[in-house]
Design a protein around this ligand. Structure first.
Ligand SMILES: [Zn+2]
Length: 240
């Protein structure tokens, strides 16, 4: 630790960018888009479920009906049980698909080979079975270490986290509590994590509130993660 601090001190003196010197891996983890972009990404994880349908059909119907650009992160175990639902989501042109691990493992507990297998399982499955290439990856539970970050980069994927945790799978949270929590943190470039596997009792209500008035009230529009990351940064510049 002292050794590291010594280097940080040198970096400060020399004016070297600290983040890159002190912790290069963290620079690969994307938590938000550009703050100058008047948009946010609504993202829904499809983590495996033991019981219940594992698919929030009303939520998906709402997103389709209102043409909301959305990004889904599918786990391999979820896909294996939801062939029709995978096809349904892949067929919607304004839906973007990323992956979310094979069995929803706690990645930091595994060595590099095991982490690579967990990360690549659903990527290969989507390509082999559905012909779809995906590059966005979100770690299960949002858990990772430097090995994970290096593996994701080496595998040619992009590491997508979030900067607003809705807390939607928590049965103790009411729709109002989730909306208040999200509203407080909402700003241009935000990436919001929710769930589409039916675990969130109020996910649809919260999504309706977001798309219906919370985002428009703040001058924000929903975008897929990829569009948000390449969002034209000059869009918020004042017009002459
Ligand atoms: Zn998950």
């Amino acid at each position: 630790m002292r050794w590291k601090n010594w280097w940080i001190g040198i970096a400060v003196i020399c004016g070297v960018p600290l983040v890159m010197e002190a912790r290069p891996a963290s620079a690969q983890v994307i938590k938000a888009g550009p703050a100058s972009c008047p948009a946010v990404a609504l993202t829904y994880d499809l983590c495996p479920v033991r019981t219940a349908s594992g698919f929030d059909r009303e939520l998906i119907d709402f997103l389709i009906e209102h043409k909301v650009p959305t990004t889904f992160f599918m786990s391999g175990r979820w896909m294996a049980k939801h062939n029709a639902e995978v096809k349904h989501l892949l067929a919607v042109p304004f839906f973007e698909i990323g992956t979310h691990g094979e069995v929803h493992a706690h990645l930091p507990m595994h060595d590099v080979e095991e982490q690579q297998q967990e990360i690549m399982g659903p990527v290969r499955f989507l390509k082999a079975k559905y012909g779809r290439s995906t590059t966005l990856f979100r770690p299960p539970y949002g858990e990772y270490n430097d090995v994970t970050v290096d593996a994701v980069k080496a595998l040619g994927l992009r590491f997508i986290l979030w900067n607003i945790e809705s807390g939607d799978p928590d049965p103790a949270l009411s729709a109002e509590a989730i909306v208040t929590r999200v509203q407080k943190r909402l700003k241009p470039g935000s990436v919001i994590v929710l769930h589409a596997n039916g675990k969130g009792k109020h996910t649809r209500e919260v999504t309706e509130a977001l798309a219906g008035h919370l985002l428009p009230d703040k001058g924000l529009t929903p975008m897929t993660v990829s569009d948000l990351l390449r969002c034209n940064q000059s869009t918020s510049a004042p017009t002459p």
